[in-house]
Design a protein. Structure first.
Length: 256
């Protein structure tokens, strides 16, 4: 097992290598990178993150499908779509269990949210004395999903139900992290990147255990918080940069 200093040097080097514009080309983050308008970036990013499970090429193809339906103008479509536009979406296949009905529901929710907010940032504010996005994600869920039960609720995970909320955490990294390399957007300027966590899935979980960063076997919210504590000792201002390191190790299968 590497000592603290050795492990920090190792992870810093991996983060440095993979936090690079070349990363964009093969990652779902390429979807919001096609836009410059803040709201387009938010909507395209949230939709791409929501369907980010499985093969990355398939995720990108499915996100392309959603952008095509919206005329490659997500914000304009959200604000100005007609009921007829939505009717044509319902029966479409989008990505695995995320179907046309779910896509339709998300568009309606976006329209309602943007009617009262210039940006989704308002819905993810971290309050004192919170140190991560757990409560903020839950507040967002309440705002975005509303009280009426719908099948689409399962696509917005809940930390209160001990989900790792990997896809939302990844979306938050894209929006919040101030990235000098041009990968993450950092367009949400009122939220501090120090509150970000590592998007935890099977791959990042397994690599984190191999490195001795975590010991819990479940990939859940408690493990996200356990990993937070360790990762932030390496860099408490930009902890999410280590997502690139863990991802890179997963891709290269590099052994210590």
């Amino acid at each position: 097992m590497l000592k603290f200093e050795e492990l920090k040097i190792f992870l810093d080097e991996k983060a440095d290598r993979y936090n690079h514009p070349e990363f964009i080309e093969h990652d779902p983050i390429q979807i919001p990178h096609r836009f410059s308008l803040r709201q387009d970036i938010e909507i395209a990013g949230f939709l791409a993150a929501t369907i980010s499970w499985g093969n990355r090429k398939a995720i990108i193809r499915s996100a392309d499908k959603m952008l095509d339906i919206m005329g490659n103008a997500p914000y304009d479509f959200v604000l100005n779509h007609s009921e007829k536009d939505l009717k044509g979406i319902e029966d479409k296949s989008i990505h695995r269990t995320f179907n046309g009905e779910d896509f339709n529901y998300f568009i309606r929710q976006f329209k309602r949210i943007y009617a009262g907010n210039e940006s989704l940032e308002n819905l993810f504010a971290v309050q004192e004395p919170e140190t991560n996005f757990g409560h903020a994600i839950e507040r967002f869920r309440g705002d975005f999903l509303g009280i009426e039960k719908h099948r689409s609720h399962k696509h917005v995970s809940s930390p209160y139900k001990n989900s790792s909320t990997k896809r939302i955490i990844m979306f938050l990294r894209w929006m919040v992290r101030k990235d000098k390399r041009g990968v993450d957007f950092g367009i949400w300027e009122n939220i501090d990147p120090k509150h970000l966590s590592i998007p935890l899935d099977v791959h990042t979980g397994n690599i984190s255990r191999k490195l001795g960063l975590i010991s819990r076997t479940q990939n859940d919210w408690k493990t996200v918080e356990a990993l937070d504590l360790v990762i932030r000792t390496f860099d408490d201002e930009d902890p999410a940069k280590y997502d690139f390191a863990l991802f890179g190790l997963g891709v290269t299968k590099e052994l210590l």
